[in-house]
Every structure is written in structure tokens, then in C-alpha cells.
Design a protein around this ligand. Sequence first.
Ligand code: ADP
Ligand code: MG
Length: 410
Amino acid sequence: MRVVVVGKGGREHALAQKIKESNLLSELWVCPGNPGMAKAGINCAPVETAEAIEAFCLENNVSLVVIGPEALILSDLKARLEMQGIPCFAPTKNVAQLESSKLFCKNILHDADVPTAKVLVTHAIDEAMAAIEAHNFASPLVLKADGLAAGKGVWVCENKAQALEGLTNLTTQFGFPLLIEECLIGKELSAFALCDGKDFVILGTACDYKRITPDLFSANTGGMGAFSPCDFITQEDTETIHQIFVKTLNCLHEKNLSYQGFLFAGLMKTAKGLYVLEYNVRMGDPETQALVPRIQSDLLELISAATKHELAGKQCKLSEEVSVHVVAVSKGYPEAKMLLGAELNLPQTLNTQLYFAGVSEKDQKLVNSGGRVLGVTALASSKETARTQAYDDIQKIAYEGMYFRKDIGQ
Ligand SMILES: Nc1ncnc2c1ncn2[C@@H]1O[C@H](COP(=O)(O)OP(=O)(O)O)[C@@H](O)[C@H]1O
Ligand SMILES: [Mg+2]
């Protein structure tokens, strides 16, 4: 098979690396990829727009495309490729509303009878104010903008003043509808499935670290690290996760919205069991870099089967080993003003898997050019050992202003 992976981050590096192991593969490109991946031996093609990717795939007789980032899943890329007869592993734009509209997602969860936080959907300031006034703040209140908000659309409010501030902030930026949710208390995890429109295989679970420091109130980032599998779920929870995917996918199917692609469930384990916080219509970044190295099945074979609706009866085999993935970022991240352009000093060899994200090339050297620069994943028999190995290795890498959290996997 001649395969294109679309995207340029650590997630796409991990996906491409795993797809490269497949016996079914004859050629692989990442579009556009990044110079770090290229140095690691992955073909990168400098095409980024839907139009340019379509032309590239036609010129190069590409037989399968896998889209990483949500922005391109929500573009017309899949429709373009399928018009040309090129299978594209991603959900259609229509069903991708599962991520791009929190209201759409809530309605599906409700219809599918999947546990989720109780919600009031408000359409005007008065209505939202009344809901805030009526809440006693014995527990927080969660305000959510409906559409894509790049991690800035959710406020977990401890008191009335905060909720009123959140209301103004969110409605000024994103307008209505505004979702007002009960606050769930528990621990968060993510679960991933690979879906063919009707059937699916579970890829596994992971936990990520969203804040820039261990302080719960520090700035939100794209993700500073992850480990896989989640270590606080029971066998019963694992079965519940399976049921959550079954119910959701069946409900979509019944609505003529069959779902093909990776499906990411954001879950909260509460005292009353597992609840779905949200769905994303793609793999997570950095959860992918923790989860995918544990996959022992042929990932390309599974993806290819999914595009032909042939997943029934298949499974994804995972290593028993535990992974820890640590992300290194640029100084200043997640603020817009960052220290960029510093040369990366990389050792000749590492014992872990190195994935590149925000890097570019200057005078044939790699320099940091984005917030999240790179990450390393260690696999070991225990999380503690994987953690030690990941930190041993990331400390062998250096660039000016390099920062990473010290508590991933603790
Ligand atoms: N109902 C809820 N109860 C408690 N925390 C929540 C709730 N909804 C969201 N959160 C918190 O806010 C974060 C972001 O919410 P999420 O729905 O995942 O939106 P997004 O990832 O699109 O910003 C979650 O990871 C979780 O920590
Ligand atoms: Mg989320």
C-alpha cells in the first residue's frame, strides 16, 4: 500500500512510525511532516492544504490516507479524496460534529443512553444568568461554549463571581448556545477506538497531563505528557468503556451518521462509575505517542480493514508493557511569545522512542519552532521504570529554554 499520513506533530510521527512496521506498506509519506521526522527516516512531502494533498496523492498513486489533526478532518479533504476514489480513514465532516459541537455530542450521548454530566442548554444571557443564580455552589458549575475553542471554551467555576465572569468571557468570544453542566468529581482518562462505520476495535487507554506545571490552576496546554494504559480502572470499567463505544456508534449508525475513523472518548471515573465528558474525532496528542508504541497488531492492516468495513471479529493486540511519554516545550509556552530558533542538541542514540513536533531546519540543524517541540516515550514492565527511562533520556536532549514537567507518570 502507498500511504499518506496527514499532519505534522508528534501524534503523526508516532502513527507514521507504527504504520512503517506493516508488511502491507510499500511507501509512506507524512504531509507535511516536519524535518525531525525526516531525519528519523520518514518521507515528508511539503504539502499542507487539502487541494495540494489531493494533487500529491493523485501524482503518487496513494492508496490510503490517514488524517491526524481535527482541522483537516473538518476540512473538505476526505470528500475530495473519496471523489478521486482514494480511501481516507477519517470521519465525515457531518459526524465530526461530535467534536466540533458540544451540543451535538450531548444529544448523541443522551440518545445513546451513555452517562454524561447533566446539562442545561442556554440560548440567551437572561436564561444563563438565571441558571447561575439558582445554583448554590456546593459543587462547581461548568460552562461550555458549543463550538471548537482550542482548549479555551470550558470554565469550571467554583463560585458565582467566577461563573458570571465565565459567562461574559465565553459568550463574548463564542456566542450561544452555551452549555451549563453539573460538575463531575473524579479522575480523568481517555479511551480510543478505531471504527469502520459499524464495528470497532478498542485501541486502549491513556491519561494525559494538560497543565503547564503540576499546579492545577496553571495554564492549559495541548498536553505535557501521558502514560498508557490508565492505571485506575477495573475490569468492569473496561467492559463499560466497550459498551460506551457500542452504544455511541450504534446510535450514530441509526441516525445515518456512521462513524469511520479514530474515536477518542474523554472519560471521568466518578464514584457512580464512568461518565463521558466529550468525544474527539481523532487520536489525542500526546496520548497517541504513549499508546501507539504499545500496539503489537498491524495498525495499517486495521486501518485498511476499517476503510472497507471489515473490522468485525478483529482485535488490537497491545503490549503488556506500560508507557510514559514526556513532552518538551519551548520557553514561554503556552503564551504566544516563545523563545524559538534554538538549535537542538540530540544524542546519537536514545533508549526511548523520540517523536518530533514543533521543529524546523536551519543550516541543516534542527531548531525549535513551535510550543511543543518533541517528546520521548519509554516502555517498561512498570510505570516507575518507564518513567525513569523517559526522564533519563529526555535529559540527554538540550536546547535553549527547554522545559518539561518532572511529574509525568508519578
Ligand atoms: N462536567 C464536567 N465536570 C467536571 N469537569 C469537567 C466537566 N466538563 C469538562 N470538565 C473539565 O474541563 C476539561 C475540558 O473539557 P472538555 O469537555 O474536554 O472540552 P475541551 O477538551 O474541548 O476543552 C475536561 O478535561 C475536564 O477537566
Ligand atoms: Mg477535552
